[in-house]
Design a protein around this ligand. Structure first.
Ligand code: PLP
Length: 388
């Protein structure tokens, strides 16, 4: 969405209309705030880690849903982008095309039905498209959709490595899917996906490493069967922030799909602690204002259930994690305990570390970019609500 024809909100342009906030403390709350320096350092660090391990990085856009951040990731060397949903990919590809940025897209969830397959065929005319499939019917649908198109689609066989959410459940069904892909002149078999979502938040690096090895063994058994049957498995994609360092060490995956590392969140911080996978900065916060301070022991802030995803518990209060705690206080409000040696007053501003970044970002139209106390830009959450 362009703004006034002059400002491109996906490019991080600061509004210059009278009254637009210029300081962090004047952004209307609740608001989603990102420290630009920390974000760019996270992007640089993951790029450098993957590059030195000889593994490609295809960051997952589901975490930030922002064409602006995707552009930074591509500029830092990402080979392409991962998307959960067609609609996310459609809108971000369109934004990037406005700046002539070519992109390779991986759709990491299977799509179902002729309408979705036709949308994929349409998208494939605008970018390199790789789609995961976990059933022969999915291959049939893509093949049919491409029959009247001059585009081609690369197909990856999604393998269940223990999460149980999607993916073929063993080598026989993988072979069936891949043989069907190979019979289509319009489809190209690219490789396998093994995403261990159940591993990402396992606390304790040794435990996470052991579980990752076990989960990889499922992927390797599929790869072995496919290769013995004459189907080279070129692409081995998967992984998230929580297993990133382990995936790079083990070398089974040759492409990493990590997403949350750009922001991190309270849930990841609690699970990863000081482990190397946790050494990404907390760049995302929710700014909130104390709207009532008439009670003793706590104040009421303007960020409640509507301001963040709540599946991972309450947020932490930035910089005061040990002194005060946040409690949900209804749709529009939160309760923050008063610190023992200080007192919040009406009008005070606090920042909360979101419990779970991806679904929190999806609740906001805007992402404010700050450098310390200075607002350096505001960008649209390009793919907000694009869940179909
Ligand atoms: C298929 C897939 N790949 C990669 C990721 C990124 O994981 P993370 O955000 O933990 O880095 C996700 C996140 O849910 C995912 O579903």
């Amino acid at each position: 969405m362009s703004n006034d024809g002059e400002h491109r909100r996906d490019q991080g342009t600061v509004f210059d209309r009278p009254g637009e906030p210029r300081t962090r403390g004047s952004i209307p709350t609740p608001a989603l705030i990102c420290d630009l320096g920390l974000l760019l350092e996270n992007i640089r660090r993951m790029s450098q880690l993957t590059r030195s391990a000889g593994v490609a990085l295809r960051p997952h856009v589901k975490s930030h849903k922002s064409a602006y951040i995707a552009r930074h990731q591509l500029d830092a060397g990402a080979v392409g982008l991962s998307f959960a949903k067609l609609a996310e990919a459609e809108v971000v590809v369109e934004r990037l095309a406005e700046d002539d940025v070519p992109v390779s897209v991986l759709l990491t969830s299977p799509i179902v039905g002729s309408a979705s397959a036709e949308r994929a065929a349409h998208l494939a005319r605008r970018c390199e498209l790789i789609v995961v499939v976990d059933h022969v019917d999915g291959v049939n649908e893509l093949d049919l959709a491409l029959a009247t198109s001059d585009a081609g689609i690369s197909v990856v066989c999604d393998v269940d490595v223990g999460l149980g959410r999607t993916g073929v459940t063993g080598p026989e069904s993988a072979l069936e899917v891949v043989e069907r892909i190979e019979r289509s002149p319009r489809l190209h078999f690219a490789g396998v996906q093994g995403y261990g979502g159940h591993l990402q938040h396992l606390a304790g690096r040794d435990q996470r490493r052991e579980a990752t090895i076990e989960s990889n063994s499922r992927l390797v058994s599929v790869i072995d069967v496919l290769e013995s049957a004459g189907h080279p498995v070129t692409l081995r994609t998967g992984g998230g922030t929580g297993t990133s360092g382990i995936d790079l060490e083990l070398g089974i995956l040759n492409e990493l799909q990590a997403g949350s590392y750009v922001f991190m969140d309270r849930e990841y911080r609690d699970a990863l602690g000081a482990d190397e996978e946790g050494r990404f900065a907390q760049s995302l916060t929710i700014a909130t204002t104390v709207i009532s301070a008439n009670q003793s022991g706590f104040v009421t802030v303007d960020a409640g259930l509507k301001s963040m995803a709540t599946d991972a518990g309450p947020p932490a209060v930035l910089g005061r994690e040990d002194a005060v705690s946040y409690h949900f206080f209804g749709d529009e409000h939160g309760l923050v305990t008063n610190p023992p040696n200080g007192r919040f007053i009406r009008g005070d501003r606090l920042e909360l570390v979101p419990p779970h970044c991806d679904p929190t970002v999806d609740r906001y139209d805007d992402l404010w970019l700050v450098d310390g106390d200075v607002v350096v830009g505001v960008v649209e959450v390009t793919a907000r609500g694009c869940s179909q």
